[in-house]
Write a protein that binds this ligand. Structure first.
Ligand code: GAP
Length: 518
């Protein structure tokens, strides 16, 4: 775990050093849990968004896009339940004066116990080799049995407390299992209380009677309030979906782990409107589709898992998360929720406007049910970088060992697709290199680099995840060939210049990844 924490620290430093992510307003010492994306970060983010958008909107003829405003009528947030119930349970440590989310403290404890169990299993696996029977070990090892029992107890009390909204019981779990403040090391806790996560501001001048409005905490409500506009103007028939990418804002109290939990972030959400009674079938459909979307990036299937919700929101009848193996454990990247007709019915009630759909096949009106897929762009960004970051021992100059830091990004998401590098800055090599860039820049994000030794230039490209480096040497002038170096294997091959476009397009084009999804 310590090693993993170390990797995470290095990843954060790497993001800054190589122009992926900077702290916001850094010259003023930053703003907590707010970040800016640098020159490579913005390219990676745009590529993630395009992959999502095209997979939703281009590949489904019954899914269309939308771009709703961030500001919405304040009653939207009353109807959605956010004004009354978009809360986190908070607890303060009286000694350190630090504030924590009570649920996160308990979840962290459960994760620690699970890690202890896994450690025992890994140790035993090593000791017993092929003859190891994990099931039997779990049922007989006293330490594993004791930890599993403890875990089950905490889990069932925790789930019940969350479902009952029982803040006292949450505190009691913290007390009973002797959770200490990581800063002060004490158990001197306050009561648990609720804290609303929405940011508000005022619209209009005070003299005119300014209106309190909220910065949207999710993009979904913009879709719900436009559902009939889109259905009617697009002549959409159920089932159909509306997809949207945009900023969301939450006054997160425990903002930590870099861009994992931010106060300003971006979501890619799709609401899929279905006939009542068919929602669980569509829930399964989108679960499978979304997992395939993640796995098609080729980062390793074992890095993903589903986590079904123990606590269902009062309006949901099924919910699951897609989790990714981050350096700090498996964490939610995307949520898939069956939201019933809660949102549309509630907006119908608060607005007094009918939001029903006329189903020509059933010859009746009803409020559709909704399946939602909701993924954070920033979390996806973090998962991609965490999965791609690698430090490799390689043989350097004079046979000496050196470390190569490489981002093995899925080529389709890489910010720069190819770097064109003249071996020397003379003899017409830069001219030929620039000619190649000028020819390929309409197809790919290319970079020209002539500074430093070729080895250092390769390292710079490895560090930003460029899948291909094209090197121009003297032979290139004679026979119109260049070497192409593959980032992951570092293998080089000689190819004709006129073949470059096809070779690279084959590996980096979105088309190839999208084809795997259908
Ligand atoms: N409309 C449903 C909804 O907003 P959510 O589980 O609260 O559901 C969906 O959020 C996704 O948005 C999460 O899976 C996560 O990827 C992202 N997300 C939520 N809060 C975030 C935060 N504070 N910082 C970064 N991403 C966040």
């Amino acid at each position: 775990m310590a090693q993993q924490a170390d990797v995470f620290k290095k990843l954060v430093a790497h993001c800054k050093e190589y122009g992926f992510v900077f702290p916001s307003s850094e010259i003023y010492d930053g703003l907590a849990a707010v970040y800016d994306y640098g020159q490579y970060g913005v390219e990676l983010k745009n590529n993630i968004k395009k992959y999502w958008w095209d997979s939703m909107v281009l590949l489904h003829d019954n899914v269309v896009g939308l771009d709703a405003a961030i500001f919405m009528h304040p009653t939207v947030w009353k109807a959605s339940g956010h004004v009354d119930a978009f809360n986190d349970p908070l607890i303060d440590n009286k000694d350190s004066k630090k504030r924590y989310r009570a649920d996160v403290l308990i979840e962290d404890l459960m994760q620690k116990i699970e890690e202890k169990i896994n450690k025992e299993i890994t140790k035993a696996k090593k000791r017993f080799g092929d003859s190891f029977d994990e099931k039997q070990f779990r049922e007989t090892n006293p330490r594993v049995i004791a930890n599993q029992k403890k875990l089950n107890e905490i889990h069932s009390r925790f789930t019940k407390a969350l479902n009952d909204n029982d803040l006292e019981e949450l505190r009691q779990i913290i007390i009973d299992y002797e959770i200490v403040d990581p800063v002060s090391g004490t158990k001197n806790w306050t009561e648990v209380r609720q804290f609303n996560l929405m940011f508000s501001t005022e619209m209009g001048s005070t003299a005119d009677g300014a209106q309190k409005i909220y910065l949207r905490p999710e993009t979904a409500q913009g879709i719900f309030v436009n559902y009939l506009n889109v259905q009617k103007t697009g002549r959409m028939k159920l089932p159909f979906g509306i997809a949207q990418i945009g900023k969301a804002f939450r006054n997160e109290i425990v903002a930590r782990q870099f861009i994992f939990r931010m106060r300003e972030f971006e979501q890619m959400e799709m609401q899929f409107f279905v006939r009542p009674g068919e929602e669980l079938k569509w829930f399964e459909y989108w679960k499978e589709k979304r997992m395939k979307w993640h796995k098609s990036l080729g980062m390793g299937d074992e890095k993903y898992r589903f986590h079904d919700h123990d606590k269902l929101a009062h309006y949901a009848n099924a919910a699951t998360d897609i989790e990714f193996k981050m350096p700090f454990g498996f964490k939610e990247v995307e949520g898939i929720h069956s939201r019933t007709d809660f949102d549309l019915s509630s907006h119908q009630e608060y607005s007094g406007k009918k939001l029903q759909y006329f189903d020509p096949e059933l010859n009746k009106n009803y409020v559709p049910y909704v399946i939602e897929t909701s993924i954070g762009v920033d979390r996806m960004f973090l998962s991609v970088l965490a999965g791609a970051y690698n430090e490799e021992e390689i043989e350097g100059k004079d046979g000496k060992k050196e470390t190569r830091v490489v981002l093995n990004l899925p080529p389709v998401l890489a910010p720069v697709k190819l770097a064109v590098l003249p071996l020397v800055k003379k003899d017409g090599l830069p001219e030929l290199a620039k000619k190649i860039v000028n020819d390929l820049k309409f197809d790919f994000n290319c970079q020209y680099d002539e500074k430093d030794s070729i080895g250092r230039r390769y390292r710079r490209q490895d560090a930003i995840g460029t899948p291909y480096c094209i090197t121009i040497d003297h032979q290139s002038l004679e026979d119109n060939t260049v070497t192409i170096r593959h980032r992951d294997t570092m293998q080089q091959e000689r190819v004709k210049i006129e073949k470059l476009r096809d070779i690279i397009a084959d590996k980096v084009s979105l088309r190839e990844v999208l084809k795997k999804l259908v």
